[in-house]
Design a protein around this ligand. Structure first.
Ligand SMILES: Cc1cc2nc3c(=O)[nH]c(=O)nc-3n(C[C@H](O)[C@H](O)[C@H](O)COP(=O)(O)OP(=O)(O)OC[C@H]3O[C@@H](n4cnc5c(N)ncnc54)[C@H](O)[C@@H]3O)c2cc1C
Length: 423
């Protein structure tokens, strides 16, 4: 959908398009229509260039800002489109069909309002913390709604911290009126593009614990923030995930995205918060299937030869369809089960969903390449990019494919608190 910029408006057309946002607020189907139109008409045609350059899709974000999509997970009472967890997952999968890197980076942005919004509402907080949190998040929501700000989520440090097994090495020391941050994040998607980096760090105390994890919004232009290192990966190249260095960065108290102790509580009690990397890859799996059908039917521009009459190709498409439906089924179910304190079976299913979607996305691309054949590998076509992008889903912490297996194995056999003498 094309929304027009008003002549003379100096806010990127947001004032002009607010009337349009009203139509979208709370309306998942209408939002899906906007995402599909943007994806088909804008994101997909641009994807090869961003991939080749390993550059950030700024134009896609400008389009999303103008259409209100940047405010999709901001609650309606704060001027956003009011999409909560389950709706977000389905909409983000639609975005992933058209450009994986846009959907993956958008996930980092959209999760901050989800986590600080309705997920935080489900968690326990003393009344004073709840009130201050309400004030802080209103400020962050307004930055998205009124200023078109973009949030990133650089958590990874190359240690066991992002896997949830050790405190973050980035430290926040309490000082008058705020915090002093020091540390280094790797794979900071949206580096150089985000307005705020939502950083996980550890409160600097003599005894450091994962319980003391803090979630802070670090302004990109704060003194002491720098982006360093090269970026030339095999896939998801347009995420521009370079390193973020923070040296004595002062962060005022109101930049706290969650009160003390709440991130740790969220990670334990709202485990589906980590499932939000899946939608991108569900979209990639769907895109690989869609491409294969068009290709075998001879509908891809420049390669009009039909291949659909060969039984082996029909069998592969059948196999792909089955895998795709299996992935969609568990993905949809897991999204629908997201809640605070889910029962054990739902938590285990969330791990299984993450594992299934991430591994299936790559498997779908593998099968697509095998059955489409050599010409489908041309860089002018999207399949080889889908293949490269799809491989990286299983590496995303804290729920890598391996760690999902690890958790599933342990948590099916042990109840909390149980241990054996000889483990
Ligand atoms: C394209 C892309 C974009 C990304 N964007 C972001 C982003 O925006 N924000 C962000 O925070 N991160 C991001 N990441 C990083 C990602 O989430 C992982 O943190 C990263 O891939 C881990 O790399 P590593 O080599 O440190 O991995 P690993 O070695 O897999 O993991 C790091 C540590 O975790 C522990 N660990 C790993 N596997 C196991 C296991 N099976 N059992 C026990 N412990 C284990 C170990 O201590 C290990 O040293 C991105 C990654 C990619 C590829």
């Amino acid at each position: 959908m094309e929304t027009s910029k008003q002549a003379g408006s100096d806010d990127g057309g947001r004032t002009a398009s607010r009337a349009e946002w009203g139509r979208l607020a709370g309306n998942r189907d209408a939002i899906e229509g906007v995402i599909r139109a943007l994806g088909q008409e804008k994101f997909a045609p641009r994807a090869a260039r961003y991939d080749e350059e390993a550059s950030f899709p700024f134009e896609n974000y400008d389009d999303m800002r103008e259409a209100g999509i940047l405010a999709m997970t901001v609650p309606e009472r704060h001027g956003g489109l009011g999409m909560e967890y389950e709706a977000y997952g389905l909409l983000a999968a639609e975005m992933g069909r058209w450009c994986g890197a846009t959907a993956l980076t958008y996930n980092m942005h959209a999760c901050t309002p989800l986590w600080t919004g309705h997920i935080a509402d489900d968690l326990d907080m003393p009344a004073g913390d709840r009130r201050r949190h309400g004030e802080n998040r209103a400020l962050h929501f307004s930055r998205i709604v009124d200023d078109g700000a973009i949030f990133a989520q650089p958590f990874s440090e190359g240690s066991a911290a992002a896997a949830g097994k050790a405190p973050f090495g980035t430290l926040a020391a309490k000082v008058d009126g705020g915090w002093l941050l020091n540390g280094r994040k790797i794979f900071a998607s949206l580096s150089g593009a985000a307005t705020y980096y939502g950083v996980l760090c550890t409160e600097d105390k003599p005894e450091k614990s994962v319980r003391d994890t803090l979630f802070m919004a670090v302004p990109a232009d704060a003194e002491g923030v720098s982006i360093v290192g090269p970026w030339d990966p095999v896939g998801m190249r347009a995420t521009v995930s370079r390193n973020l260095v923070m040296e004595d960065v002062f962060i005022p108290d109101e930049q706290m995205l969650m009160p003390r102790g709440v991130y740790h509580q969220a990670a334990r009690r709202w485990p589906h918060m980590f499932l939000t990397l899946c939608p991108t890859y569900m979209g990639i799996a769907q895109a690989a299937y869609d491409f294969t059908v068009s290709y075998l039917r001879g509908e891809i521009e420049g390669i009009p030869v039909k291949r659909r009459m060969y039984p082996t190709k029909q069998i592969t498409v059948a196999e792909m369809w089955i895998k795709l439906q299996q992935a969609w089924a568990i993905f949809r179910q897991a999204l629908s089960e997201a809640r605070v304190d889910p029962p054990k079976a739902d938590r285990l299913r969330a791990y299984a969903a993450q594992y299934t979607v991430m591994e299936t996305a790559n498997d779908m691309c593998r099968l697509a390449i095998r059955t489409c054949g050599g010409q489908s590998m041309l860089k002018s076509l999207p399949l080889e990019r889908l293949y490269r992008d799809s491989r990286l889903g299983s590496l995303m912490l804290p729920w890598t494919a391996e760690l999902c297996l690890d958790r599933l194995g342990r948590e099916t056999l042990y109840e909390p608190g149980e241990a054996d003498d000889h483990a």
